[in-house]
Ligand binder design. Structure first.
Ligand code: AMP
Length: 177
């Protein structure tokens, strides 16, 4: 069993969600257990506690579940990265390719100041398209992108290749479906 096998075991597989052929990794069964949720936040905190993080930037919506607890522990602020049309003030936006079509992510234009030390956090790294777009947004504001962090990484989708040049940290790895 891998090092964090007990965390992997707490993540529920939901076949064919949200569409046929996708094996959805459901982290609600992990965060529903107080001890396991705390362990995940503690592991993330240990990784970044000495990195002088100013901001945790997190991807809608499951990234937020971990980001607010982590930001609080790190003494950092929180920056929401959202799907188009959700943020009320002026935004910057990046589009990225999906298997069919495109999607985009947005962030408030004034959310990050040049030189601020930022980590990007999401629940899961799959193909890396979303995270790569978010990195582009953050770096585009002149921030220092200290690293990217994920609770789960689907190794077989090679998402970290899309994040070449950035530090990638993930806790639970799934080698195959
Ligand atoms: P990607 O851009 O392919 O790396 O997709 C990442 C985003 O989609 C993350 O925000 C994940 O929450 C979600 N996602 C993609 N694939 C899965 C999966 N198999 N199980 C759960 N969430 C997924």
């Amino acid at each position: 069993m891998e090092k964090y096998g007990h965390l992997a075991a707490a993540i529920r597989d939901v076949p064919d969600f949200p569409k046929p052929g996708i094996l959805f990794k459901d982290i609600t069964t992990l965060i529903g257990k107080a001890g396991l949720f705390a362990e995940v936040i503690d592991l993330l905190y240990e990784r970044y506690k000495s990195s002088r993080i100013d901001l945790v930037a997190a991807i809608e919506a499951r990234g937020y579940l971990f980001a607010s607890a982590l930001a609080y522990r790190l003494g950092a602020g929180l920056v929401p990265i959202r799907k188009p049309g959700k943020l009320p003030a002026e935004t910057v936006s990046i589009s990225y390719a999906l298997e069919y079509g495109t999607d985009s992510v947005e962030m408030h234009k004034d959310a990050i100041k040049p030189g601020e030390r930022v980590i990007l956090l999401d629940d899961l790294l799959a193909t890396g398209g979303t995270a790569a777009a978010a990195c582009e947004l953050i770096a585009g504001q002149g921030a220092e992108l200290v690293g990217t962090a994920f609770v789960v990484e689907l190794d077989f989708l090679a998402g970290r290749k899309r994040l070449a040049g950035y530090d990638v940290f993930s806790i639970v790895h799934f080698a195959g479906e």
